[in-house]
Design a protein around this ligand. Structure first.
Ligand code: GLU
Length: 438
């Protein structure tokens, strides 16, 4: 069975960048009738917060990306310790004592000599006595000893990849304070949860190479890996610093629709055009990981606006019934009202502005040169309640009385009634206007 996971660290909210990871893993699992696990990478007790755990679950729920199971790394520390001991026993996990400053100096030296900044393994030369001495004054951290040989995998997006173990620093699995780092925890989880497919950002490619060796050392089955490109801004600029402002919760507050975000993200960076889908099932049916490319993917948050308004325009009055009722639209008028406004709003919440206009009227917009004309029109306004023929009858009478026609006739009347130059078909809007203020 296909089993995938989305593994955010609860140190922040979901943003458009990690949403792609969530969505791809979700779709792979659902497409094959498999399982999708939400895994909380919360081994950092200082930065992990319950508020973010709640936020991540809220955001996924808002999107409809339901998970079959939730796992927390902080519940599994004993398992990581067991795996670490296993690796120690095999001679694959070794103790190091360098401070961050010393490591930094080493790296700078190597770079100055034109060498890659790969950890030199000097800790492997320490005798037991030297280690015991160092232990008195320093904390130790633990590194996995990579095999210096090519690590190969066929990436679901990047194709055949090979990274030589000797070109990568032995990864630190346990920090000086005893905290298990992501690599250790992730590898144990992927083994224990029988993860079959891992899709994550291209920033994890090197991690994948080291993780493959650790999984093999622990006797696990290596999942299929795929690395999606990272998002950039519309001009190709790095998006990483701006991601904080592209949190899903902010998009949600702005009225962006989940299906707009999902439709955009399910196709962005693929060879297929972006299409607005109406359900996750439709998205899943059209999803194919092999359509995605390695090149950085441009993302413009502005693209979510038109997709949202198109999605909203396609909603039925039944879909909107609760919200329209909350806005105060009486049930007898909901259908006509929604029919009139659906094409004229950017978000669902915008419908409230139109209902205010219908129920309260607006400050009319009357240009100086139209004042007399609007006065005449007002005297010809038919009695309420207005119907679908009222606009035609009224503008016909105004035309006869003033001789105006076309835009010169209609626009000042629209502006007087709605305070705007654009909007719905006036003959449909007029029956909904309960009040005009001119
Ligand atoms: N917590 C890691 C991240 O958010 C998970 C990476 C992975 O999918 O293995 O980058």
């Amino acid at each position: 069975m296909t089993i995938t996971r989305f593994a955010p660290s609860p140190t922040g909210y979901i943003h458009v960048g990690n949403l792609r990871t969530a969505l791809f893993n979700y779709m792979i699992a659902r497409k094959s009738g498999g399982q999708f696990i939400l895994r909380l990478d919360d081994t950092d007790p200082v930065r992990s917060k319950q508020e973010y755990v709640d936020g991540i679950m809220d955001d996924l729920t808002w999107l409809g990306l339901t998970w079959d199971r939730i796992e927390k790394q902080s519940d599994r520390l004993a398992r990581y310790e067991e795996a670490a001991q296993n690796l120690r026993d095999m001679g694959r996990l070794y103790e190091c004592f360098e401070t961050p400053i010393e490591l930094d100096l080493k790296r700078k030296k190597q770079l100055n000599m034109g060498k890659p900044p790969v950890y030199d393994r000097s800790a492997l030369n320490l005798s037991e006595a030297e280690k015991a001495e160092l232990c008195k004054t320093r904390e130790s951290h633990w590194r996995f000893k990579l095999d210096w040989k090519p690590i190969e995998w066929t990436d679901g997006i990047l194709g055949d990849r090979s990274i030589d173990g000797s070109t990568v620093s032995d990864p630190v699995l346990i920090k000086g304070d005893g905290q298990f780092l992501y690599t250790m925890a992730s590898v144990c989880d992927d083994i224990d949860f029988d993860i079959t497919h891992v899709v994550r950002g291209a920033d994890h490619v090197t991690n994948t190479a080291t993780q493959i060796q650790i999984i093999q050392a622990l006797g696990g089955t290596v999942p299929s890996f795929a690395h999606h490109s990272l998002l950039t801004g519309p001009q190709g600029e790095a998006l990483s610093k701006r991601l904080g402002t592209l949190a899903l919760r902010d998009l949600r507050t702005q009225g962006i629709e989940p299906m707009a975000v999902l439709s955009h993200m399910a196709r962005l960076g693929s060879s297929e055009p972006i299409e607005l889908c109406s359900s996750l099932d439709e998205l899943i049916a059209g999803f194919d990981l092999t359509n995605f490319g390695a090149a950085p993917t441009k993302f413009d948050v502005a693209d979510l606006g038109p997709l949202t308004s198109r999605y909203v325009a396609g909603l039925s009055v039944e879909d909107m019934a609760n919200q329209l009722a909350d806005m105060g639209v009486p049930s007898t008028l909901q259908s006509d009202f929604w029919d009139v406004v659906r094409e004229n709003i950017a978000t669902r919440a915008d419908a409230a502005k139109w209902w205010e206009l219908c129920s309260q009227g607006v400050t009319p917009l009357i240009d100086d040169e139209d004042k007399a004309f609007v006065e005449t029109a007002k005297s010809l306004l038919p009695q309420q309640p207005w119907t679908e023929v009222s606009w035609k009858a009224w503008t016909g009478a105004v035309k006869d009385a003033t001789g105006r026609k076309g835009k010169g006739l209609f626009m000042p009347l629209r502006k007087a009634m709605t305070g705007m130059e654009h909007g719905p078909d006036m003959s449909k809007l007029m029956p909904l206007l309960q009040k005009v203020n001119f």
